[in-house]
Each structure stands twice: as structure tokens, then as C-alpha cells.
Design a protein around this ligand. Structure first.
Ligand code: FNR
Length: 198
């Protein structure tokens, strides 16, 4: 089994992005664990200088243990949502921890929005951050996004459109296969490294 951590960048109870992530986790059958960002405080360097908040430490532990990362991000004003960027910023502190949290880890993005353009601009804006954090961005498929989410998901947050459901299934299965392949590669490299030690 692999362990993919999934986070949604919306705090809203009826969030389409959280609903999408839950659908993905159902497809992932125990290999995708959703973590909440509700308790993450606003980043403040003075707070960091005293001690990293417990909620941040707990989320960092979950990221450290993860073989892969799945992000469901809304789009706000053609950019990234502040609460999610704030969470990623906390996760990257202190900067020496970045390789353990993000370094080389497979990451896939998805998003849902009310507009007809899905979340293409926020997903594009995220790329700069993923590049800096040296994630292993999964690019084999087109970015997954749901436009006009209010018509694609019902009041319970279930995808009603068969084509979108099928696309999500293929996207998640493809990402899981990628995480398996990368995890096997990393583990075999680790074995080689240990074997080559004198
Ligand atoms: C939005 N929304 C939005 N949608 C979009 O496609 N492009 C955009 O630039 C924006 N901008 C934007 C700014 C702000 C401040 C808000 C609150 C909303 C609409 C957005 O798609 C909608 O609120 C989604 O429902 C947000 O995702 P969740 O909360 O349903 O996951």
C-alpha cells in the first residue's frame, strides 16, 4: 500500500473542492487520506520564531509520512486561495524541512470552480510554488478540473456527470500508479544506497 495525503484549499462546509477530494479518496480505496487545514493559523514569523504551532507540526508529520500529495485547489481572483497558500507556507518552515515534506514527492493537482474555465489559472499559478519546493509534479494527464461545479456536483457533493466521474477515475488511478512506481524507485534507490555503504 502507498499513502497519498490529500488536502483541499477550501474551508467551506459545502466546498466543491473538498467534495472532489472525497470522491478521489473513494476511488483511491484507502490509499488517499484526507487531512484538514481548518486549524492552521495565519503564518507569522514571530510565532515561528517562538515555536511552530501544534496543528502545523501534526500536518507536517502527515506530509513526511506520505508517498504522494493530492491537492484540490479553488481559484480566487484568477490566483491561488490564501488559506491553501498559507498552509503550504507553514509546511515549508523551517526551510530545512522542505526536502522531507515535499522534495521529490509525486504531486497531482485538481480543482473545481463555478466558472467555465475550471481552475486553470490557479493551477498554473501553483506551478511556481511546486517548482521551488521540488515536488515531482505528475504531468502525464491534463490537469484535472471541474468547471461550473454547481451543475457537475449535487447537494451531497457527489459527481452527477458520468463523463467527469470517468475522467476523475482515470486521473486518480493514473496518479496512484505513478506514486507506486516512484515509491518503488525511491525504495530501491535507498536499498542500493544502504548496500553500497562500507
Ligand atoms: C471566486 N470564484 C472564482 N472562480 C473562478 O473560476 N475564478 C476566479 O477567479 C474566482 N474568484 C473568486 C474569488 C473569491 C474571493 C471567491 C470567494 C470566489 C468562485 C469560486 O469558483 C467558488 O466560490 C467555488 O465554489 C470555490 O470553491 P469551493 O469553496 O466550493 O471549494
Amino acid at each position: 500500500m502507498i499513502n497519498i495525503i490529500g488536502i483541499s484549499g477550501s474551508l467551506r462546509k459545502g466546498s466543491y473542492n473538498t467534495a472532489l477530494l472525497k470522491e478521489a479518496a473513494e476511488i483511491g480505496k484507502g490509499e488517499i487520506q484526507i487531512a484538514s487545514i481548518d486549524e492552521i493559523p495565519l503564518y507569522n514569523g514571530d510565532v515561528e520564531a517562538k515555536s511552530i504551532p501544534q496543528s502545523v507540526l501534526e500536518l507536517q508529520q502527515k506530509f513526511k509520512r506520505a508517498d504522494g500529495i493530492l491537492i484540490a485547489s479553488p481559484e480566487y481572483n484568477n490566483g491561488v486561495p490564501g488559506v491553501l497558500k498559507n498552509t503550504i507556507d507553514w509546511l515549508s518552515r523551517p526551510a530545512t524541512i522542505i526536502p522531507e515534506i515535499f522534495g521529490g514527492k509525486p504531486l497531482a493537482m485538481m480543482g473545481a470552480s463555478l466558472s467555465g474555465f475550471g481552475t486553470i489559472l490557479s493551477q498554473t499559478a501553483w506551478l511556481q510554488t511546486w517548482r521551488l519546493l521540488h515536488v515531482n509534479l505528475w504531468n502525464e494527464k491534463m490537469p484535472f478540473m471541474v468547471s461550473r461545479a454547481n451543475t457537475a456536483l449535487d447537494a451531497e457533493g457527489r459527481i452527477t456527470d458520468a463523463k467527469i466521474r470517468q475522467n476523475l477515475q482515470e486521473y486518480i488511478e493514473g496518479f496512484i500508479a505513478f506514486v507506486y512506481a516512484q515509491t518503488a524507485l525511491n525504495r530501491s534507490e535507498e536499498v542500493q544506497r544502504l548496500r553500497s555503504k562500507p
